[in-house]
Design a protein. Structure first.
Length: 145
């Protein structure tokens, strides 16, 4: 078994629409992200490398210094008020830590699919996102690409 582990920090703002407490207000976090990709044996490129660590970090860092929203938060979708380049749309009903983890998971899977399409390799991708020092969410799934 081979495994790649990449960590990154990124800073974002978000709010939880409909939340009954203070998280309904725009606030920010310094998120800690960790991505682990495992396979029995990784394919290699012409440089004999598997998956570029920096490319995985960039999936997380793409969110750095941006506002995370869901499509229900139409305020931040108004290009007249907010620059579209500073907004990241997440799937789901809100920009929760769960949806941030799934965003990173989807981005890493897309990265592997682009680099090594149709190889039939079974990967296990685990994404750990720490929203605060006390709150962490992990998504781990097997995918065949």
């Amino acid at each position: 078994m081979e495994r790649i582990i990449v960590t990154a920090k990124f800073h974002t703002g978000h709010r939880q629409l409909g939340y009954p407490g203070k998280c309904k207000f725009v606030h920010g976090h310094t998120w800690q992200g960790k991505v682990m990709v495992s396979a029995e044996e990784f394919p290699r490129d012409d440089l004999d490398m598997s998956i570029d660590f920096g490319a995985i970090k960039n999936v997380m860092r793409f969110m750095d210094h941006k506002i995370l929203i869901s499509e229900q938060d139409t305020t931040f979708l108004d290009a007249g008020l907010f620059e579209p380049e500073g907004v990241v749309m997440l799937k789901g009903r809100g920009p929760s830590v769960e949806n941030v983890a799934h965003y990173v998971f989807d981005g890493v899977v897309a990265l592997i699919q682009k680099q090594y399409p149709g190889r039939g390799v079974r990967y296990t991708v685990a994404v750990t996102i720490q929203e605060t020092e006390n709150n962490t969410f992990i998504v781990e799934k097997a995918v065949t690409i």
